[in-house]
Design a protein around this ligand. Structure first.
Ligand code: GAL
Length: 827
């Protein structure tokens, strides 16, 4: 067990232990977790010029921080940043982390390992001057056994981590830099379940019975052989379900993999609506004494991708309504925070999303845990490039040496997650177009199938049928198409389409034996809350690769009517209409659920973040969110837009997304301007009307009965601020977050849609402001400051708790506006 040095830390640890005990389930009480967090109290030093660990050690310029940490997000947006606009115009660099720690004397007979869930990138680690290793890939977890080099008892240990993200560009999107995921210390007996040492599958599942198969790898780091007992017990919540035991004899310094199986009567199946989880606790005993315990969470479910019926989960057809996500968390950068990921997933769930694609890299373990718990169909993706690079210094340079190990580690790490249904071996890989790519795909497929045969394999191809965009847009039918070599190779279990929605209906003709998945779709572009008054007179920026913002809308804004798309993509409605129509189209992953930092398409300063999100960088939905909600959820929806602040007499298009009704009637200042109904496969209705200040009101009706009413009022001048917290009580654990929305209102409390005041924040109490953001892709204000300019009347401020319970008082002020204060309780 790790010893903590100061009393303050000891107090904190005791408090955490008490808190943990208080909320533990009885399964947890029986279970002693061998992993403890190693996130607190690191020292950090950013210095591009010192590349030697002994010189950096002597420096006096270290600052203390907790990881996960992303240093790039602390920097300034820089037009000349070597990361480019693709990388969010934020610099990489060379960063150093160090930490001093003690290890209890009693642990000298044990194994003490350190696990990094992800360090971007090129990390190198030393403990007490001994080199532990290097890991170029920033997104995969890795572990080092520190035991041979540790001091035990009173003597300190020192760990140093060098993180080299200085060679830029190395990513097409904002990566972040540093120890940006969690760090753990694991202490085990020398005989223990290995790292990622369990593999649980459910070969046969019916509602009456499920057979469960356990493959467990036991590692013996004793010199001598051991006779041990391995027991695996399945729990459903607190209740023991069943248990299996096996005796093993294992030679010194060897690993042994054993296979056990069990049956669960009347299993409660994992589904998107009821993501039911089981726990397996594996115990290793020597001489009747339990010396190691290892916990695996898993789910029982049965699924297949059917050529004609699409995705079938537990015997029922489920359309995959997914989104692609990059790993950054908007204003928090790439430093992972479980609550921030949970909030993103909650916002997606509310919209009706049931699938997540981890584009284009292994995600944080916390994202997968949340997808297990919340019910998402995950496509877990390994690579954005193979050997051929996409940016000068990217992972392609590390491919030869590392791809096998990185892929194997991802599979071992992730294969127990019930939420994962598809492995993707790559995104838009340049080698897909030649035979070399087929060879690589065969190798990756063989590795994947060696470690998991239970899930299909795909690649996100662009597109599987060889054609150019113009041919597709103009007349696909007449074009002679050939199959992309990778798609035609027979290596893939699912044919993965990126875009080219015009070709989906031909899938069964082109690929009569292989089921379909739209790995990536849409790439629509919108700025939240920005509208041209009349939707079809907007410049459909960018209609061509070479068209710049300057030829489109002013200020690098993109209209929020769902009419602007990339040349390779489509509007949101266009792709969903096709996917919706046919059972054999198993579903789609939209590019993207949230805006992300970097890749402002096309790359043009001052834009530094993407426009693709259905939700902006701050977490505020754009209008098209409600189109999906009306289609994908059971909620009753009526959403009208744009705002109602225009010039007198100006012609304005009003759109409505609605469901559960057969008509919507629109009123301006109480006077009807007409009823509209969706016809055919329409997904919205529209009125083109002259603007008149006052109230715009929509009423949806079914069989003449009112279903919903919605009103938008013309706002007056900005007069006051209003703060609303997503959670007003948070945990006092130095991690939990409250996301507070700031609305700029007029005197009547109406949101002022064009208000863009600079808002200043101050916080009293033991907590921190950790992020500010308006969702504006053009803003260069730091996300880490305590002031920010609102976009379309809104701004976000993120508050993080300290380690004491109490009150946090947040105040927002802006020139000429009535201030607002809100209290957040930490407990
Ligand atoms: C795709 C690519 C994504 C993103 C997107 C933007 O081709 O896979 O990573 O770049 O385009 O439209």
């Amino acid at each position: 067990m790790l010893q903590l040095t100061s009393c303050k830390k000891l107090g904190l640890l005791l408090m955490c232990a008490l808190l943990l005990t208080a909320c533990k389930s009885s399964t947890d009480q029986k279970f002693s977790n061998r992993k403890v967090s190693f996130n607190a109290d690191w020292s950090f030093h950013l210095n591009d010029s010192i590349i030697d660990k002994d010189t950096i050690r002597a420096s006096t310029k270290w600052r203390t921080l907790d990881v996960p940490h992303d240093w790039s997000i602390e920097g300034k947006f820089d037009e000349k940043s070597p990361a480019g606009y693709g990388g969010g115009a934020l610099n990489g660099g060379l960063g150093w982390y160090k930490k001093t720690f003690k290890v209890a004397a009693e642990d000298s007979t044990k194994i003490t390992s350190i696990t990094f869930d992800g360090v971007y990138r090129n990390s190198e680690v030393w403990v007490n001057g001994h080199y532990l290793g290097k890991r170029p890939n920033g997104y995969i977890g890795f572990q080092y056994d520190m035991s041979p080099y540790l001091n035990y008892g009173e003597k300190n240990n020192e760990i140093i981590v060098k993180v080299d993200n200085s060679k830029q560009p190395n990513s097409r999107w904002y990566s972040g830099s540093g120890i940006f995921r969690n760090v753990w210390i694991e202490t085990t007996d020398k005989l223990h379940v290995g790292q990622w040492g369990t593999y649980i599958t459910t070969p046969k599942v019916t509602t009456e019975k499920a057979s469960i198969s356990f493959e467990t790898t036991i590692k013996n780091q004793y010199k001598e052989g051991k006779k041990a007992t391995v027991t695996t017990t399945i729990f459903k919540e607190d209740k023991k379900v069943t248990s299996v035991t096996q005796e093993i004899t294992i030679n010194g310094n060897e690993n042994q993999t054993l296979n056990q199986s069990a049956e669960v009567e009347n299993p409660i199946l994992w589904s998107v609506e009821n993501p039911e989880l089981y726990t397996a606790i594996t115990e290793v005993s020597l001489d009747d004494k339990i010396i190691d315990q290892y916990k695996t969470t898993f789910g029982i479910r049965d699924f297949k991708f059917d050529l004609n019926k699409g995705f079938i989960l537990n015997g029922k057809q489920v359309k995959i309504k997914g989104v692609c996500l990059h790993h950054d968390l908007g204003p928090l950068g790439s430093a992972i925070n479980t609550r921030a990921i949970e909030r993103q997933l909650e916002i997606m769930k509310e919209m009706g999303v049931n699938g997540i694609r981890t584009s284009h890299n292994p995600p944080s373990p916390e994202l997968l845990d949340l997808c297990d718990k919340m019910g998402f169909i995950v496509m877990d993706e390994a690579f954005d490039m193979w050997k051929q690079t996409k940016t000068k210094y990217d992972y392609g340079n590390d491919w030869d040496k590392w791809h096998k190990q990185d892929l194997i580690d991802q599979l071992l790490r992730d294969r127990n997650h019930p939420s994962i249904f598809v492995w993707s071996i790559g995104n838009e890989i340049p080698e897909q177009w030649n035979e070399k790519g087929v060879e690589i795909a065969k190798e990756l497929a063989a590795i994947t199938r060696q470690y998991d045969k239970t899930r299909p394999l795909t690649a996100a191809m662009n597109p599987p049928v060889n054609m150019n965009i113009d041919a597709v847009t103009l007349q696909f039918e007449k074009k002679d198409v050939s199959i992309n070599p990778l798609a035609g190779s027979g290596v893939l279990d699912l044919i993965g389409y990126n875009y080219a929605h015009q070709t989906y209906e031909h899938h069964l003709k082109n690929f009569p034996n292989t089921p379909f998945i739209a790995t990536e779709t849409t790439s629509g572009l919108q700025t939240r809350g920005y509208y041209d008054a009349v939707s079809d007179t907007i410049k459909k920026w960018p209609v061509r690769w070479d068209l710049k913002f300057t030829e489109g809308n002013p200020g690098n804004t993109v209209s929020a009517y769902d009419q602007v798309q990339t040349p390779w993509g489509s509007t949101h409605e266009a792709t969903w209409k096709v996917i919706k129509k046919h059972d054999f189209l198993s579903g789609m992953y939209i590019w993207t659920g949230f805006d992300y930092i970097g890749e402002p398409t096309p790359y043009e300063w001052p834009s530094i973040s993407s426009y693709f999100g259905i939700v902006d960088l701050a977490g505020f939905p754009k209008d098209v969110y409600y189109m999906y909600q009306s289609e994908w959820t059971d909620k009753t929806v009526l959403h009208i837009f744009p705002h109602w602040n225009w010039k007198a007499g100006q012609t304005v298009d009003v759109w409505a997304y609605y469901n559960k009704a057969d008509e919507v009637e629109l009123f301006v200042n109480g006077k009807s301007v007409g009823k509209r109904s969706k016809k055919g496969d329409d997904l919205h209705v529209m009125w083109r009307i002259p603007f008149e200040a006052g109230t715009l009101k929509a009423i949806s009706r079914k069989d003449g009965k009112v279903v919903l009413e919605k009103e938008i009022k013309t706002a007056g001048n900005p007069s006051q601020l209003k703060l609303t917290a997503d959670r007003s009580t948070i945990k006092a654990d130095k991690n939990d977050l409250s996301f507070v929305t700031v609305d700029i209102l007029d005197t009547n409390g109406t949101l002022v849609p064009n208000a863009n005041s600079e808002i200043n924040f101050s916080l009293k109490g033991n907590g921190k402001i950790v992020g500010v953001c308006s969702g504006d892709p053009v803003s260069h204000e730091s996300y880490k400051g305590n002031k920010h300019t609102a976009l379309a009347g809104k701004c976000l401020v993120v508050i993080q708790s300290g380690d004491t319970s109490g009150r946090l008082e947040l105040t927002a002020k802006a020139n000429g506006l009535k201030q607002s204060t809100i209290v957040i309780i930490t407990e």
